[in-house]
Design a protein around this ligand. Structure first.
Ligand code: CAA
Length: 393
């Protein structure tokens, strides 16, 4: 039985900052951000969007009534969750009107969370072939204003429906994974911003990639020639390129050209959104699938997942017949086109906005947010959400 990605959706908030303007405001050369880091635009979440609403908006675009009835497991991968106890997925469950006879959990291991969710979903479907699992990958990446990580922030979510006989990509058997207790990036429970040892994190990302790639080759007996493309976790688009370059000499000139060209296509969406942490790898996959029109059915795609702290995994999938017919290309292109640029000072003001932590009531201006699902306020230490389509509170 084939198991894999049946549907894939994406959502980013409607606001962004131009990286050239951020560079100017931070007194650095724009090319550092646009070439050295490889980012053009950075998605900014208004206070009316949080990891719950981003995920719900991503899933809203792909699920039909039949999916909603047959999903019996929701797994929410995030490292910027809103509650230390309750799964963010439970809110999404209600906002989307999913079948209540289902499991729902939140998973955390930095940017690796969604990959763990997909592997767990695969096991669940193997045991329950009629099940569908909704995997949500949603984050707001925050390092702080004027920090060296600032240019690698972003916000957004990817929703994946995992099922038997998937229409888009079947996951293959082999995968290689690795854990090592390191402090390259972390976020203590008392902080809403990440701490990072930037250079060390770059170094470890590459070390993890090389180790899981070698372990994967030994398990699967495959090499670069067997891959049409390799997608990477992309904290910023230059990062995956640095890792890819370290193994390119294992392939022919043709392999190198193909992998580099496809890498570029796989970074288009990320370049315009920024780091969305656990969803980044899947945003890159989406970019490749939607933006490379001549990618053939049957192609093997490699996926490198990295979650600081750290866990890494390399696994693969095969594109299914007519997979392009099941993508949401027009919807995603409309989402990108309808975004609004904000100034650096507007971004700074939004970045500093906070929700009450003393139980007081606040009502937020959701009329300014075009998203269907928004955070509408807080009351008694509870977040209030609205689905404008259903008027669900
Ligand atoms: N023109 C072109 N390139 C330029 C340039 C110019 N005018 N000026 C500088 N550059 C280049 C530099 O040469 C450098 O390129 P290389 O890395 O290829 O050498 C690049 O721009 C970045 O310059 P710096 O290294 O000086 O940048 P920095 O010290 O400000 O920090 C960073 C960069 C370490 C990525 C920092 O933004 C950061 O800490 N980000 C958060 C951590 C992160 O994303 N780590 C990635 C791995 S960890 C992970 O993947 C998990 C996760 O999601 C966080």
């Amino acid at each position: 039985m084939k198991i894999g990605i049946d549907k894939i959706g994406f959502y980013a908030p409607h606001l962004y900052v131009d990286m050239n303007k951020l560079a100017e405001a931070r007194n650095v050369e724009p090319e550092k951000f646009t070439i050295g880091i490889g980012q053009e635009k950075m998605a900014i979440a208004p206070i009316t969007q949080d990891p719950v609403t981003l995920a719900a908006n991503a899933a809203l675009g792909i699920l039909d009534d039949e999916d909603k009835a047959s999903i019996d497991f929701v797994i929410f991968g995030t490292e910027s969750g809103i509650d230390n106890s309750k799964s963010a997925g439970v809110y999404v469950h209600r906002l989307l009107g999913l079948n209540p006879y289902a499991r729902n959990i939140e998973l955390k291991q930095a940017c690796y969370g969604a990959t763990a969710a997909i592997q767990m979903a695969k096991g669940h479907v193997a045991l329950n072939p009629d099940s569908k699992v909704l995997v949500l990958a949603s984050d707001i990446a925050r390092y702080g204003l004027h920090t060296s990580g600032e240019s690698t922030q972003g916000a957004g979510a990817v929703a994946l429906l995992i099922s038997a006989e998937p229409k888009i990509m079947a996951l293959e058997e082999h995968s290689a994974y690795l854990t090592d207790d390191i402090m390259d990036f972390w976020r203590p429970i008392y902080s809403d911003k990440a701490f990072v040892d930037g250079k060390f994190s770059n170094e470890q990302y590459i070390v993890f990639f090389q180790k899981v790639w070698e372990a994967y080759k030994a398990k699967a007996g495959l090499g670069l020639a067997d891959f049409e493309a390799i997608c990477f976790h992309l904290p910023y688009t230059k990062m995956g390129l640095k890792a890819l370059r370290t193994i390119l000499d294992q392939g022919s000139e043709e392999d190198q050209e193909r992998l580099l060209a496809n890498y570029k296509v796989s970074t288009i969406y990320n370049r315009n959104v920024g780091n969305i942490y656990t969803g980044s790898l899947y945003l890159s996959l989406l970019s490749l699938l939607e933006q490379k029109e001549d990618l053939k059915d049957g192609s093997r795609i490699g996926l490198f997942s990295y979650g600081s702290g750290a866990v890494g995994e390399f696994f693969t999938g095969i594109l299914q017949p007519d997979y392009r017919n099941y993508l949401n290309i027009a919807h995603h292109s409309n989402l990108f086109e309808s975004r609004k640029e904000i100034t650096v000072s507007e971004y700074e003001r939004i970045f500093e906005e906070t929700l009450p932590v003393d139980g007081s009531t606040v009502e937020l201006g959701i009329a300014n947010d075009p998203a269907a699902i928004c955070l509408s306020g807080m009351q008694d230490n509870m977040r209030l959400y609205v689905n404008k389509l259903h008027k669900t509170m």
